[in-house]
Design a protein around this ligand. Structure first.
Ligand code: PEP
Ligand code: MG
Length: 549
């Protein structure tokens, strides 16, 4: 047995086999070869394998997301089989007498550049597809197989770190736990683990070699430990712990259907955060009162090109209909910083967290923004949707947003398309500037939702992605607590309601405090809804306030 220590970001126990996550990005070396024909033969076989993988992916996607969502894999098959691409690879192998991996990488680079140089935005977007298929062929050549999880049974995923664009592609039914060497406590991998209600450990120096793959292990998300090939005693002890966890979950089940009301009669809404439609089942299973944050950017991250109005409309409509009249707060795209999609072609920035992200992209590229707004507004005819805008810093921004929303509404009116005319508009409070302007901002909108993940990073000047700063990242910092009080007071004075949708909302040690501050809503990972309800039901707010005086 070998024990690896890391930092637990979500509690729980998982027992299963390890699966080392293979990045699709490969380092390719240029090597001289002697047998040109054999090398071309290797390339042909890798091409055939790639086409087969893409066909499998196509069939899987048709079942999961339908024909239109699966088309991309058909398009990729055509690209792998493209005559010009093949000629270029074979020519490089023949003339330079080099290995196929290098020839493919070189061709991929050249084709990407060619597409990026094109005027037409559609063709520029194709560069990301070239990158994708190039990496796929190189993986096939090096025998790395398809990126991601190769096992058929649920596994413990071990990785160096996981980008949101990688987690979005994973088959969630196959994941028992996440263990990463890097990554911070506030990264999207941790958020995903919380959504899925599975243990996660970061900062764990576990080797990522082939030998690890398939080994039996226990993840203890209370201690932050991974036991690889555990002894009998440890396995027994952890199995008992797992049983206890399941028992606790069963007890929480009994809270389903209960109102979120404190002992002294104060109500609070408990909603859930989601990243895509697959999370809907968890929202309903955990009896959330609504969706307090739909991170719509995951639609963009899971796509190779800008999702169309129709694609988005279908998704938002499905969410609205599934929630059957319960509130669904859709946050407009929050691309940038840690959530990058290649086809946005955003310039490299020194400091992306403080760069061109979220609403700033929407206000500089209103055509992208309007497509999303049209899709959301049209879906609002099918349920109770609210729209929320991220990363706001000023009243002026909100006014500009409202002008654009009104323009889109007028367009829909003139086309005779239906939408909810009284749709609620809200903003995220994620910057100190927005905190200071809370009252004025509240006069402009219907609601606030505090993004404590970003508000903490911008207030404490601590990059939420930087693992080495986790010890400084004090999520209970008194300065932040003062801000949270200012926000809710400002909201109420300005006539808006206020909630919290950042990770702090599910910190059960602060629930009493949030109730005492007067928050109207907390939106948390689906798995946290019932534990949070339990604390609300056990709280007496008046007593808590008196105990603080
Ligand atoms: C936040 O910043 O707290 C938030 C909810 O948004 P995200 O984590 O997606 O940046
Ligand atoms: Mg945020």
């Amino acid at each position: 047995m070998v024990i690896y220590q890391g930092k637990a970001v979500f509690e729980g126990v998982a027992i299963g086999k390890l699966s080392v996550y293979k990045k699709s990005e490969q380092i390719v070396k240029r090597e001289k070869i002697t047998d040109v024909e054999a090398e071309i033969d290797r390339y042909t076989k890798a091409r055939e394998l790639s086409i087969k993988q893409l066909q499998d992916l196509y069939e899987k996607a048709v079942k999961e997301v339908g024909e239109s969502g699966a088309e991309i894999f058909e398009a990729h098959q055509m690209m792998v089989d493209d005559g010009d691409y093949i000629d270029s690879v074979e020519n490089i192998i023949r003339t330079q007498e080099v290995n196929a991996e290098y020839a493919v990488a070189e061709t991929g680079d050249n084709f990407q550049k060619m597409f990026l140089d094109m005027e037409d935005e559609y063709f520029r977007g194709r560069a990301a597809d070239i990158k994708d298929i190039t990496e796929r062929i190189i993986s096939a050549l090096s025998g790395a197989g398809d990126a991601g999880i190769s096992s058929d049974e649920p596994v413990i995923v071990v990785a160096d770190d996981l980008a949101p664009s990688e987690t979005v592609q994973m088959d969630k039914d196959k994941i028992l736990s996440f263990v990463t060497v890097h990554g911070s406590a506030n990264s999207h991998t941790s958020i995903l683990a919380k959504t899925m209600n599975i243990p996660a450990i970061i900062g764990c120096e576990i080797p990522l070699d082939d030998e690890m793959d398939g080994k039996m292990a226990v993840v203890d998300g209370f201690e932050g430990k991974v036991y690889v090939e555990p002894d009998e005693d440890v396995l027994e002890e952890k199995k008992k712990l797992l049983d206890k966890e399941l028992e606790k979950k069963a007890l929480l089940e009994q809270l389903k259907g209960k109102e979120n009301v404190t002992l002294d009669g104060q109500h609070i809404n408990i909603y859930a955060n989601i990243g895509n439609t697959k999370d809907l089942a968890l929202v309903l299973k955990n009896d959330a009162g609504g969706i307090g944050l739909f991170r719509s950017e995951f639609i963009y991250l899971g796509s190779d090109d800008y999702p169309t109005e129709e694609e988005q409309f279908a998704i938002y409509k499905q969410v609205a209909e599934s929630m059957a009249g319960k509130k669904v707060i859709i946050r407009t795209l929050d691309i940038g910083a840690d959530k990058q999609a290649d086809y946005f072609n955003l310039p490299k920035e020194e400091n992306p967290a403080m760069g061109m992200r979220a609403i700033r992209i929407c206000l500089t590229q209103p055509e992208i923004f309007k497509t999303q707004l049209r899709a959301i507004l049209r879906a609002s005819a099918f349920g109770k949707i609210s729209i929320m805008f991220p990363m706001i810093i000023s009243v002026d921004e909100v006014k500009k947003i409202k002008t654009i929303v009104n323009e889109v509404k007028q367009e829909l009116d003139s086309e005779g398309l239906k939408y909810d005319k009284d749709i609620e508009l809200g903003i995220m409070i994620e910057t100190p500037a927005a905190v200071m302007m809370a009252e004025e901002l509240a006069e402009e909108v219907d609601f606030f939702s505090v993004g404590t993940n970003d508000l903490t990073q911008y207030t404490l000047a601590i990059d939420r992605q930087n693992q080495t700063l986790d010890d400084f990242y004090d999520s209970h910092h008194p300065g932040l607590m003062k801000m949270l009080k200012m926000i809710v007071d400002g909201a109420h004075k300005g006539g808006a309601w206020a909630g919290i949708c950042g990770e702090l909302g599910s910190d059960l040690t602060l629930t009493k405090e949030f109730l005492a501050m007067g928050y109207d809503e907390l939106s948390v990972s689906p798995g946290r809804v019932l534990p949070l309800r339990k604390v609300v039901l056990e709280t007496n707010v008046a007593e808590y306030k008196a105990s603080k005086e």
